[in-house]
Design a protein around this ligand. Structure first.
Ligand code: SF4
Length: 485
């Protein structure tokens, strides 16, 4: 997962873009970049957090009415500066871009571009491949005027070759901005328009919070399999290109997105409240009746935990305090870094736990390392019993669409029942959300979403092209990169 944004506006944009980038920091802390255009491209990218990469000097250099920004969490590549986004190519036109997702046939496409067009893809970043495939189509039409139809056909050409998940924002120098989601709409992409006395502008972002930060009060979603083109005169063009079923990632609502974001017409906070209500029902049915206090694992579980306490008429307490200056553990690459940061990330308020039976609520249990450390911390603080509730279902399958949980062996819930999982993480009992309840809770009132991608819970990959070989290959690559760490 990454954060992506694009803006084309009648005013200078860097001030807005910098603020909006900060709202997307939670989606990737590995690297960040901003590219602007004022007749030529200006770019600044670096490894680390936004506040450490950008300073007054490089912000002053990023002039223009057009910008693309990116916060990166590495899925393909090793997180080196060469792989940081945005990218741009100079031919044809000068096309720049960034994306959120994971191109599952990246290596094949890299080879294909070299063999067919003698193009060397120098990075391990999949957006470089997407831009080059898009450009390959435009090259064929370079003698003609660049119409919206040609641009939409170039997106169709991308759909033909590029597999996996991708929400993309491109800028064609002096011609306009193009944004599109993959045929299944796996990763989110929202857009907003402003048309006030001060001018006109369009913006695209992974989450609506980034549009809020740029002053775009009204927003909506780029539809799955669709593209939007804003031309140089700020004319809006859109087209539905693929009719594959809409399958947005359900894990965005469970964990990734900020609660104040809207995506696919669903508010993340409301979805988490509903997830809490469904889980409360499950806890009631489990027969566990000696819980004294409900405590969330901060931050994502807070909304659901408040709802669980409300429904079960139990005391809610903030017993774990998060150090805000340490990144999210789940999106940190590599187990070693992850384990170290869990220990420094949370601290208990000991007297909250002393002599009490605690229900800890978390968004999910992935590898079990975090849950085990937290449960031990709570026990060390004097808790009598520790129950652990996950408001998502058991995670059992790798994600090939951009989330770093890529080998089956990494999941604590694989081939284990709740009793065994409780034992592994040191809880008195574990309660999971049912898959059906999870889906219904997130979707409630949004009938246009027939189903979500929930492959990491079910093993049913919506793109239909994920083979056993592909999963084994990913597992091997992951093992190798962990050895190097
Ligand atoms: Fe999201 Fe899971 Fe699907 Fe990956 S496999 S896109 S994390 S729902």
């Amino acid at each position: 997962m990454c954060g992506v944004l694009g803006i084309i506006d009648s005013e200078q944009v860097i001030g807005k873009v910098y603020n909006a980038m900060l709202t997307l920091q939670h989606r990737g802390q590995d690297s960040a970049g901003i590219l602007t255009y004022d007749g030529r491209y200006h770019i600044k990218k670096g490894n680390g957090l936004i506040r450490d990469i950008f300073d007054e000097k490089n912000i002053a250099r990023l002039q223009g009415h057009v910008a693309i920004g990116h916060t990166r969490y590495p899925t393909v590549g090793e997180g080196s500066i060469e792989d940081a986004q945005p990218f741009w190519i100079n031919y044809p036109y000068g096309i720049a871009g960034a994306h959120n997702g994971n191109v599952s046939n990246f290596i094949d496409l890299k080879e294909r571009l070299f063999e067919n067009s003698h193009k060397l893809i120098n990075s391990n970043c999949d957006v470089e491949v997407i831009i080059n495939i898009f450009a390959e189509y435009l090259e064929k039409w370079k003698s003609k005027a660049l119409t919206p139809e040609i641009i939409f056909n170039a997106v169709r050409y991308v759909y033909r070759f590029v597999k996996g998940s991708y929400s993309v924002v491109l800028y064609i120098a002096g011609k306009g901005m193009v944004a599109f989601r993959d045929p299944y709409g796996l990763r989110p992409l929202v857009f907003g328009k402003r048309n006030s006395g001060a001018g006109i502008g369009y913006a695209f972002a992974s989450e609506s919070v980034a549009l809020d930060a740029m002053g775009f009060a009204e927003h909506s979603d780029v539809a799955s399999g669709s593209a939007i083109f804003i031309d140089a005169e700020y004319k809006f063009h859109s087209k539905k290109i693929s009719k594959k079923p809409f399958r947005p990632c359900i894990f965005e609502y469970i964990y990734f997105a900020r609660p104040d974001s809207w995506m696919n017409g669903i508010n993340v906070y409301e979805a988490r409240i509903r997830l809490g209500a469904k889980l409360a029902k499950k806890i009631k049915e489990s027969g566990i009746d000696d819980i004294d206090i409900v405590v969330p694992v901060p931050d994502s579980a807070r909304s659901a935990a408040i709802e669980i306490a409300r429904v079960l008429k139990l005391r809610y307490e903030e017993g774990l305090v998060k150090n805000r200056y340490i990144g999210r553990t789940f999106i940190m690459p590599g187990n070693l870094i992850r384990r170290q940061s869990i220990r420094h990330k949370l601290n208990p308020i000991r007297h909250v736990f002393k002599g009490q039976n605690i229900l800890l609520v978390d968004d999910s249990i992935v590898r079990g390392n975090t849950s085990r450390s937290i449960i031990q911390m709570v026990r060390d603080s004097g808790a009598k019993k520790v129950y652990f509730a996950s408001y998502s279902a058991p995670l059992t399958n790798p994600c090939v669409y951009g989330i770093d949980m890529q080998t089956k062996g990494e999941f604590v819930a694989v081939d284990a029942d709740n009793h065994e999982i409780a034992k592994k993480i040191g809880a008195d009992a574990v309660i999971y959300q049912d898959i059906k309840d999870m889906e219904n809770a997130v979707r409630q009132g949004h009938k246009e979403i027939k189903s979500f991608c929930k492959a990491c819970f079910t093993g049913d990959y919506p793109t239909g092209d994920v083979s056993k070989d592909m999963l084994e290959k990913i597992a091997c690559e992951r093992k190798d990169s962990q050895k190097e760490e």
